[in-house]
Design a protein around this ligand. Structure first.
Ligand code: NAD
Ligand code: UDP
Length: 325
């Protein structure tokens, strides 16, 4: 039996892209109850169509920067709540800082009161525009504290700091996952991230908008791999941060080629200005995840892209989002 079976679990930000996949995985692993707490600021109730069919699932509409409490035992608190795309957090800078600071502390208090494990969704943005490559967890990062990305990066760095403080001061059992670029069904077509941007452009027959000269790199992880890493980390006893991401690094130009190939041809490339502080390179060193969690990604970019394109294609053809595997 797995270590999620029979557990009562709170997912902060459960209506988002990653949170909704996590809720489904936890239900599939036999959790006794999964409660999503979300204010839908960047989430979507349609992401919860499948979990809502399960009597063990509850969706609460609540802003986690406001206090919240639960009757009865809680075994795990997963904190997935935060705007995550550069466009979202540029539009919601104060909300992003507040959910990363006050919201994270409210979640930690809940875990402290219940004796629950607290898992913090952190990010590769902790490393900023990294001067060390690939990024190992020991690297402290290169972040502009007042730049356009700082509301997100610094909220997430504060988030790690307060998680570490609750572990030291209150002995809360904490886990920190540093998530690298993850993609898949249920991303919002208009969230501005490069995967939905390029796939949407290809489906509409538009040119790819490559920012800068396209030489900057990213490493794309499929959502099912990411969720598997998160669950493995949650049930482990690993308290130090762990990178979860796919180490296959490529330039954004190469990524555009991959989308074009997956679509069977089409879009050309137009170049647009590179956003300020856009990281030049990013690739996770996943040695720690391999050694401590026995985790590594399984889904090839070509396969993940096929699933993602199929999802967006159905989404643009139907008003309701399709079922995802
Ligand atoms: P998302 O925007 O789809 O999901 C975030 C969810 O949090 C949304 O449902 C939103 O409504 C909710 N939320 C935000 N503020 C809230 C508040 N004050 N109270 C309650 N709910 C609130 O984004 P995502 O891609 O699913 O990201 C989930 C988490 O993973 C985030 O913490 C993000 O920083 C982290 N992360 C994601 C990636 C990625 O590639 N997707 C990479 C690094 C880190
Ligand atoms: N990007 C791009 N065109 C777009 C959207 C993004 O060239 O339409 C680039 C962006 O500048 C960045 C990379 O793709 O270098 C990944 O961007 P995304 O917003 O997906 O994630 P993040 O910058 O947070 O890694």
């Amino acid at each position: 039996m797995n270590r999620i079976h029979g557990k009562r679990i709170i997912v902060l930000g459960g209506a988002g892209f990653l949170g909704s996949h996590l809720c489904e995985r936890l239900l599939a692993d036999g959790a006794s109850e999964v409660v999503s707490v979300d204010n839908f600021i960047t989430g979507d109730a349609r992401n919860l169509v499948e979990p809502r069919k399960d009597g063990r699932f509850v969706s609460l509409h609540h802003d986690i920067t406001e206090p919240f409490a639960f009757e009865g035992p809680v075994d795990f608190v997963f904190n997935m709540a935060s705007p995550a795309s550069p466009i979202d957090y540029a539009q919601l800078p104060i909300e992003t800082l507040r959910v990363g600071s006050i919201g994270t502390e409210n979640g930690l208090r809940l875990a402290q009161n219940k004796g629950a494990v607290f898992l913090q969704a952190s990010t590769s943005e902790i490393y900023g525009d990294p001067l060390v490559h690939p990024q190992r967890e020991e690297y402290w990062g290169n972040v502009n504290p007042i730049g356009p990305r700082s509301c997100y990066d610094e909220a997430k760095r504060y988030g790690e700091a307060i998680v570490a403080a609750y572990r030291r001061a209150h002995e809360v059992r904490t886990r920190i996952v540093r998530i690298f670029n993850t993609y898949g069904p249920r991303m919002r077509l208009n969230d501005g991230r490069v995967v939905p941007a390029f796939v949407g452009q290809a489906l509409r027959g538009e040119d790819f908008t490559v920012f800068g000269d396209g030489s900057q790199t990213r490493s794309f992880c499929y959502v099912s791999d990411l969720i598997d890493g998160i669950v493995r980390l949650a049930v482990s006893d690993v308290e130090e941060p762990v990178n979860i991401g796919n180490p296959r690094e490529m330039t954004i130009l190469q990524f555009a080629e991959a989308v074009r190939a997956a679509m069977g041809g089409g879009s050309r490339i137009t170049f647009q200005p590179l956003p300020k502080d856009d990281p030049k390179q990013r690739q996770p060193d996943i040695t720690r995840a391999r050694q401590l969690l026995g985790w590594e990604p399984r889904v090839a970019l070509e396969d993940g892209l096929r699933e993602t394109i199929a999802y967006f294609r159905r989404l643009t053809e139907h008003s309701d989002p399709p079922r995802t595997s």
